[in-house]
Design a protein around this ligand. Sequence first.
Ligand code: B12
Length: 223
Amino acid sequence: MNPPVKPPFAREETYRRYLDGLLTNNRQQCRENFEQWLEATTELRTLYDDLVRRSLYEVGDLWERGRISVATEHLATAISEGLLNLTYPRLFARPRLGKSAVVTCVANEYHQIGGKMVADLFELNGWRGYFLGANTPVRDVQALIAEKQPDVVALSVASVFSLDTLINTAGEIRAAFPKVPILVGGQAFRWGGQERVERLPGVRCLLTLSELEAWIQDGGNHV
Ligand code: B12
């Protein structure tokens, strides 16, 4: 008997079914569509941006307008975070370049999925991406920098109220490690603030994974 014929990959439909799965708490439907997208693309960045980020932004908008419950928003986040681990086998396929990045969210910043994607992108490009996750106090970030001596530190912020903490964190890291370049990014900058952080020496703001990938592929040593 012939194996069942798979329908051709249709991005928008796959996206719609995935989003529908998130909104109906249907983990299996999400997994099927996530895997379909993963199989169809060689570029993980597009899966991260065009499926996972896009759907979570939509979930966030629905939550903000009171159209879905907090529980559904939390479930959608947990499903998305779990599915991201399906990309693991692909992350380490490239030869290692002997470079590393420490990636973290600042203190009191609980949105960690964007930061995880940033760390993954470093791994995808042959770097080591040490990801500390949400809400990391600056002294602990500094301790890891001292231990790992990374080539770059990347800070992620999603909430506008985290911008002051970001600026203080970048300043404290800079004071302790004057030579380590610092990248900052995340959706907090959708509402402005880029010029505030770029006033700090040795700090560069990059808004998207494509900008980050271009920075890495350009040598990854200047800000
Ligand atoms: C999930 C979620 C949560 C979860 C997070 C859990 C987790 N494990 O991460 C929880 C429940 C904890 C949460 C809490 C809150 N949340 Co919330 N949350 C979201 C939601 C729905 C999705 C976040 C997400 O993962 N997005 C997808 C990721 C992939 O996108 P991203 O972060 O932008 O990252 C991308 C880029 O920005 C970039 N990037 C990110 N970092 C970096 C760094 C560098 C260096 C580079 C180059 C690129 C880069 O790469 C990523 C891929 O493209 C968003 C909606 C939204 N618009 O995102 C709201 C949202 C971010 N939350 C919001 C709010 C208000 C809150 C709360 C204040 C709610 C409350 N009253 O308690 C708290 C704040 C908690 C805190 N102290 O941080 C607002 C923020 C508004 C604002 N102007 O600041 C949003 C936008 C919802 C909304 N529409 O109003 N939230």
